[in-house]
Design a protein around this ligand. Structure first.
Ligand code: VGL
Ligand code: ZN
Length: 225
């Protein structure tokens, strides 16, 4: 993702209190999937390189997995007369738009892409299981009531810095980043190892501005050593 004017941190020396969080690298978010993010397949190789680097140093690697029941209320199919992409919100639970059916528990679309190296992953956090509320963030539901356990997992390992990559930039990666900040982590977004949806229009620049304001930092893959 090339974004003009975004400050990129240089020379990131990794340490034992760092964790890599790989968000939702599932078939449904990749080209050919139900909610395909353009260019999503282009980041698989880079994510494998960075997760290998973390793993070789015994640094923590976490993957998140969107994992919805078929009757999930973020699916347009569960709202008669509505279609994917329609704007729709239910207080803090659902929205800002409805989605096609995706990442249904146990379906092929919910599986991690076969080219993603999952052997280096320490923990897999599933989210979006409550049919009434979405969970874009790897940390908790959209209404901020129920956590997934990710915060406790990271804190019990004394992790204080997290690096986020994966899909989609403006939804699950974004919510994971801002929740990470709210929970007190130092958050780095690996901007060339993510891709966005940009719906509704203007969403990408809106979330990038918000992340800058909230103290999320940005880095590129080649800045790690
Ligand atoms: C996501 C929309 C719906 C994501 C998940 O992974 O960014 N987006 N569910
Ligand atoms: Zn979802």
């Amino acid at each position: 993702m090339e974004i003009k004017g975004l400050k990129i941190e240089k020379d990131i020396a990794l340490k034992g209190t760092d964790a890599l969080i790989i968000v939702d690298m599932q078939y449904d978010f990749l080209p050919g999937g139900a909610l395909a993010v353009e260019g999503g397949d282009k980041i698989i190789g880079g994510i494998n390189e960075i997760s290998k680097l973390f793993n070789e140093n015994l640094y923590v690697v976490v993957q998140t997995q969107d994992w919805h029941p078929q009757h999930h209320l973020s699916f347009a199919s569960n709202h008669p007369g509505m279609k994917p992409g329609d704007e729709y919100s239910e207080e803090e639970r659902i929205g800002p738009i409805l989605w096609p059916d995706h990442c249904v528990q146990g379906s092929h679309g919910a599986e991690f892409h076969k080219d993603l190296d999952t052997t280096v992953t320490n923990a897999i956090i599933r989210k979006g299981v409550d049919p009434k509320v979405d969970s874009y963030s790897g940390f908790r539901d959209k209404n901020k009531i129920r956590e997934t356990g990710l915060r406790g997992y990271l804190q019990s390992l004394n992790i204080n810095r997290i690096f986020i990559c994966g899909l989609a930039l403006d939804y699950c990666c974004y919510y994971t980043a801002v929740d990470g900040r709210e929970f007190g982590f130092d958050v780095y977004f690996i901007i060339d190892l993510t891709r966005g949806i940009n719906e509704p229009k203007g969403r990408l620049s809106q979330v990038l501005t918000d992340m800058v304001e909230k103290g999320v930092k940005f880095v590129k893959q080649h800045n790690f050593f």
